[in-house]
Design a protein around this ligand. Structure first.
Ligand code: ADP
Length: 652
């Protein structure tokens, strides 16, 4: 208790020290002017208005809540300093001072349930009517009904809220409230106005008689200000608490009404126009979007490189193909063509770009081979002059990767060259062949005729016979070669493999050729390499065909060597036996190292004439070696001799 008294004292002292005046206000339920809310705080538009005064004038308004009658009693007892919404009466003026300006003009109104029979004052006969205790409206209705001799019973309630509650509960037939309360609450209580409206009067702020002159002046001052200012706190609070309905009487002039109708119509037309416009824009946008999507899909899926370059030769548009190339090269410097192409190609492109840009060329069709960083391609590039929407010049470009086309073209060129060469070779072969066949045939015929001649001795005739046999063999060889090559072409040649003792075989070969070699003052040796000398090496091959290969190679060596020697030999390389025939002859230029294995191919035509031959021997040898599972090659230098090598699988 002591503590509370101390705190109160402290508050009073604090208030005195701060110079703040405390004014006690008698509050009652006069919704929405003043009322107690569910959080038990006193609210309403009077309270909002007083709050402004409080703030500006350093006054503290303390609300003492009770019924309307309680408020009047408290004022008389001096428990409150001020009341709100007080109607003027002589009696009240005896103990209260009124503000010179009214707060509101209010009137009484009789409310009933929606189904009530009461629609005029005469219908109140014999009815029960609820009124608020001490309310002027109730008093005035009583006086009115008395005057009109309408008998009815009046039941007093502490407040307007209770009046409405009684009507709703059926405790009374009708109830009197002021219009401010009625208009803002009748919907909430589901009631209606009976149409009985009476006693319009002003209500005022009042203060305790002769004791609050200063406060009265302050209130008058603010009421004066509020009256002239639609946006004053008081008027705004009224609008807020009455949902903009109560106390606001708006008289709308006819021309404004017409203007409103006209504007509404115009707004409607405008909205219709906007809706239509939006619809049209939507359709147009849809079209543009579809077009754009189609363009995008086309550009992103075309195998062509499509681009647009601005006047600085930077790409301002590139489709996916171009972007991919750029990405695979250098993503940091996308716009630079030099990054993608080799410098000389980039240079060439830049120059042509500038020509197109300066309208020197309206369009240009280029094909170039470019080694990009990640691949090598042939591009067919079509560039053309463009004008951008901003009127600036630009270059449009579309390129295709024509690498495959180019490769096919190259292959066709090579094939054509080959066909022409083969044709040429065949012609020269036929010319040679006629020479190669005629020479031995002529010899045979010539020597055969001489055999008949009695002038020749028997010894001489023996030589003729030898010549006839030798030329006959040559002819046979030529015919065999032709037969072999045609069999090879038709794939009819057969290989019969067997186990061949390499050393023994080479000895046989040597014996077969040594005579002819030595006749030409050359030596024919067999290389016995130390590693192989002890071991018996077998090769898995067709013996006759192997002989044929050696015969070809030794005849060539003999043919193209004028001094020195011919060496035969072999060595083991893994599972293969590598044979060789080496000579110290005229050798073969590097360019021909592969060509000599082609059919009809001879190093030079003049050689043919000098050395003879049909250009088939090595082609047949190569074919045979490959059929037996080996490889053949030559190592040679002009004037230093040749070394022919071939491999065959070892036996077992
Ligand atoms: P040819 O019947 O013309 O000798 P080949 O197919 O055996 O046919 O040889 C093709 C060509 O290879 C020869 O015409 C010759 O130009 C060259 N050639 C072959 N062997 C030798 C060699 N040992 N030395 C120099 N050239 C050779």
């Amino acid at each position: 208790m002591k503590k509370i008294s101390f705190l109160i004292a402290l508050c009073i002292i604090a208030t005195i020290v701060s110079g703040q005046r405390v004014v006690k206000v008698g509050a009652f339920n006069f919704y929405p002017g003043i009322f107690q809310d569910t959080d038990s705080k006193v609210k309403g538009f009077y309270v909002d208005a007083l709050n402004e005064i409080a703030e500006k004038e350093n006054i503290k308004f303390e609300y003492v809540y009770g019924s309307w009658n309680d408020g009047l009693v408290r004022m008389q007892n001096g428990e409150v300093d001020m009341l709100t919404s007080v109607a003027y009466s002589e009696e009240r003026a005896g103990y209260m001072d009124y503000t010179s300006l009214p707060l509101l003009t209010v009137w009484g109104e009789v409310y009933v349930t929606p189904s009530s029979y009461i629609n005029g004052i005469l219908d109140l006969k014999d009815s029960k009517i609820a009124i608020m205790k001490g309310d002027m409206n109730g008093k005035r209705l009583q006086e009115l009904t008395d005057k009109l001799a309408i008998t009815c019973t009046f039941i007093e309630t502490p407040g307007f809220e209770e009046v409405f509650n009684l009507i709703v509960s059926g405790g009374v037939d009708a109830g009197v409230v002021n219009n401010t309360f009625g208009a803002s609450k009748y919907q909430e209580f589901n009631l209606r106005s009976s149409g009985i409206v009476f006693n319009p009067f002003d209500i005022f702020f009042t203060v305790k008689k002769n004791q609050n002159r200063e406060l009265l002046e302050t209130l008058n001052k603010y009421l004066g200000d509020w009256e002239h200012d639609r946006n004053s706190v008081y008027n705004q609070a009224r609008q807020k608490w009455s949902n903009g309905k109560v106390g606001s009487i708006v008289i709308v002039p006819g021309w404004i009404k017409n203007a409103i109708y006209l504007s509404s119509f115009l707004i409607f037309i405008l909205i219709l126009f906007v809706v239509l416009l939006r619809y049209k824009v939507k359709i147009a946008t849809g079209k543009v979007q579809r077009g754009e999507a189609m363009f995008k899909a086309f550009m992103e899926n075309t195998p062509a490189f499509v681009y647009i370059k601005d006047e600085n030769l930077n790409h301002i548009y590139s489709n996916k193909m171009v972007k991919n190339v750029k990405k695979s090269t250098n993503s940091n410097e996308l716009s630079s063509a030099k990054i993608i192409f080799e410098p000389h190609v980039a240079e060439m492109l830049e120059q042509t770009d500038r020509k197109v840009l300066n309208s020197e060329l309206k369009q240009i069709d280029l094909q170039y081979f470019c080694k990009m960083k990640d691949r090598e391609i042939w591009l067919h590039d079509y560039k053309f002059y463009l004008k951008l929407p901003n009127e600036k010049p630009a270059i449009g470009g579309i390129s295709f990767d024509v690498t495959k086309l180019k490769e096919t073209e190259q292959e066709l060129i090579i094939a054509k060259e080959r066909a022409e060469e083969s044709d040429r070779l065949k012609s020269s072969f036929l010319a040679n062949m006629s020479h190669e066949i005629r020479t031995p045939l002529n010899s045979i015929i010539g020597f055969s005729e001489l055999l008949d001649d009695a002038d020749f001795e028997a010894d001489q005739k023996k030589e003729f016979v030898h010549q006839i046999i030798s030329n006959g063999n040559n002819l046979l060889n030529i015919i065999s070669d032709i037969m072999d090559i045609s069999k090879m072409e038709s794939g009819e040649i057969t290989i019969r493999k067997s186990k061949i003792d390499v050393m023994q075989f080479l000895d046989e070969i040597r014996s077969m050729h040594v005579y002819n070699v030595e006749q030409k003052n050359l030596r024919l040796n067999i290389d016995y390499l130390p590693a192989e000398s002890d071991a018996v090496v077998f090769v898995n091959a067709d013996k006759e065909r192997l002989q044929q290969i050696f015969n070809n190679m030794i005849s060539n060596a003999l043919k193209f060597t004028s001094e020195g020697h011919i060496q035969l030999g072999f060595r083991l390389t893994g599972q293969m036996v590598e044979f060789h025939v080496k000579d110290t002859g005229i050798g073969i230029p590097v360019d021909y190292h592969h060509k000599v294995f082609d059919r009809f191919r001879q190093v030079e035509a003049s050689y043919t004439r000098k050395f003879g031959g049909n250009g088939l021997g090595l082609a047949i040898s190569k074919n045979l070696v490959e059929l037996m599972g080996g490889k053949i090659w030559v190592e040679s230098e002009p004037d230093k001799g040749s070394a022919f090598y071939f491999t065959l699988p070892k036996f077992g």
